[in-house]
Design a binder for this molecule. Structure first.
Ligand code: ZN
Length: 499
């Protein structure tokens, strides 16, 4: 197995991943608070956790992957009062909606999907452990974590306690000994859902849930923990403090992984700018596979701009993959071919290029999930295959079939397994690409040639070529090009695409 290297947010360094048990990598990812439909920023986080899961499996690891839903939270309570509903009903409704979005994008099912409301016993137990280790205190019906009792506080986010204290807001809550102390347990407010505890009826604070659920399903110390970049502080900083105090073991997590934000045309996505895009709207507009390619087109730790130019680039990527796939499929079905030693040798070289591409593809993924590099390896191979298959007579020998089949197997096997792309029908994808291009052009206000009009011109050009009227044939090609339509002639006929 190749050595996987990941950037640990704690050290800011690339570190070799050495799980305690490679047959069972323990991996936790923080999921959404379920009070509304998720936006594309949440979707990028879920996509990143899915990518990590897929790559681990591709590399041969066994994985236990836990992703939670936060189903106890003030935001859910607010939504429940707006909708004249209950916290339980609101979270149930939005969990079902989020699951739909995840399924639309083709995310794999985690090993366990956990809910806070199903782990209240474990949460209470963990708070007791923290109290017993002297890292928390009870104040009335509240239990607070005492950050002064945890020396490593701030190590993940690189913050110094003195700086944090200097910058801390003076809170109305005078029950806290230090303004940075955070809630492990909150007393029940009238009319709100609550659970009995040694400190009276109440509900857990936000951070403790992930510590308790990770401990229950994965153990005291885990290999990987992921979340969006916004969770580094305070959520993950607090998780470390809680778990390490409760278990007495350090480190809680071997490698912390965080994905960066999404932007729209260089602007941050935010409610105040009014540019928040729901995950389902983005997927409905562009399709699941194109959305995946958009996400794969930037490193997970880099901000990703979801503006039109990123979508256009992803569209070209999708189109090229499926153009190649369509041609590979046609070639793989050719019959009555005659061996030719010189041509078999050339195909042998392409087969060797495939092996190299496979090795380098996997290497890219082991280098901190370099999806951009992995896609580039796929394209180097496609270019090589296009070049050879366009040479005269090259498709007439058995080697052509063997190579075409081997590339298809790779695309629909390991590439699909790791990146979740490449298994659709090439004609359907071609139609979809055309539709999205037309929609994008219409959005820009361009004049657009209809599909029927284009087909008519292509037929006209074919006639001209049969009559050897190359001047007319070229004229038609140029007209189409002016209308943003490019023709591609190959041994297999003429296809077209919008530019
Ligand atoms: Zn969490």
């Amino acid at each position: 197995m190749k050595q996987l290297v990941l950037t640990n947010s704690k050290s800011h360094q690339r570190e070799s991943f050495r799980p305690a048990d490679p047959r069972n990598v323990t991996f936790y990812s923080c999921g959404p608070t379920v009070y509304s439909n998720i936006h594309v920023g949440n979707l990028r986080a879920a996509f990143t956790s899915d990518l990590i899961f897929r790559v681990l499996k591709t590399l041969g690891y066994g994985v236990t992957f836990v992703r939670n839903y936060t189903d106890v939270d003030d935001k859910i309570l607010n939504r429940a009062s707006e909708e004249k509903s209950t916290m339980e009903a609101v979270s149930k409704k939005y969990i079902a909606e989020v699951e739909k979005d995840y399924a639309m994008l083709g995310l794999l099912e985690p090993t366990h999907k956990t809910l806070v409301t199903e782990h209240i016993t474990e949460i209470i137990q963990m708070i007791e452990d923290i109290l017993n280790h002297g890292c928390a205190y009870v104040a009335g019906g509240d239990v607070f974590f005492a950050i002064d009792h945890f020396k490593r506080y701030g190590e993940l986010s690189g913050r110094k306690l003195e700086d944090m204290e200097a910058g801390a807001r003076v809170e109305v809550n005078t029950l806290k000994k230090n303004p940075l102390d955070f809630s492990l347990w909150k007393p029940a407010k009238p009319g709100e859902p609550s659970w009995p505890s040694p400190w009276g009826n109440g509900r857990p604070g936000w951070h403790i849930e992930c510590s308790a659920m990770a401990k229950k399903w994965l153990g005291d110390q885990i290999d990987l923990h992921h979340g969006g970049q916004d969770l580094v502080f305070p959520h993950h900083e607090n998780e470390i403090a809680q778990t390490e105090c409760a278990t007495g073991k350090s480190p809680y997590v071997q490698i912390w992984l965080h994905n960066a934000f999404v932007n729209f045309d260089k602007e941050k996505m935010s409610k105040s700018l009014g540019n928040v895009v729901l995950a389902r709207d983005f997927i409905a507009k562009y399709g699941a596979e194109l959305t995946r390619i958009v996400f794969l087109s930037a490193h997970y730790r880099s901000p990703l701009d979801l503006g039109e130019s990123t979508v256009e680039n992803a569209l070209t990527v999708l189109e090229r993959i499926y153009e190649a796939k369509g041609r590979l499929l046609s070639v793989s079905k050719l019959k009555g071919l005659v061996p030719d030693p010189r041509r078999e040798e050339v195909w042998g070289a392409v087969l060797a290029s495939l092996s190299q591409a496979q090795v380098r593809f996997e290497e890219c993924l082991t280098q901190d999930l370099n999806t951009v590099g992995a896609l580039a390896e796929l394209f180097i191979l496609i270019r090589e295959w296009n070049r050879v298959s366009n040479e005269s007579g090259m498709l007439g020998t058995p080697g052509a079939i063997q190579v075409a089949q081997a590339i298809l197997d790779w695309l629909q096997g390991p590439v699909f397994q790791a990146l979740g792309i490449g298994r659709r029908d090439s004609e359907q994808v071609a139609d979809h690409v055309r539709e999205v291009r037309v929609a994008l052009s219409a959005q820009r206000g361009d004049a657009v040639l209809g599909d029927a009009e284009i087909q008519e011109k292509i037929a006209h050009r074919k006639e001209a070529r049969l009559k050897k009227d190359f001047a007319l044939s070229d004229q038609i090609r140029d007209e189409l090009l002016k209308g943003g339509v490019e023709l591609l002639d190959s041994a297999l006929g003429t296809t077209w695409k919008r530019r």
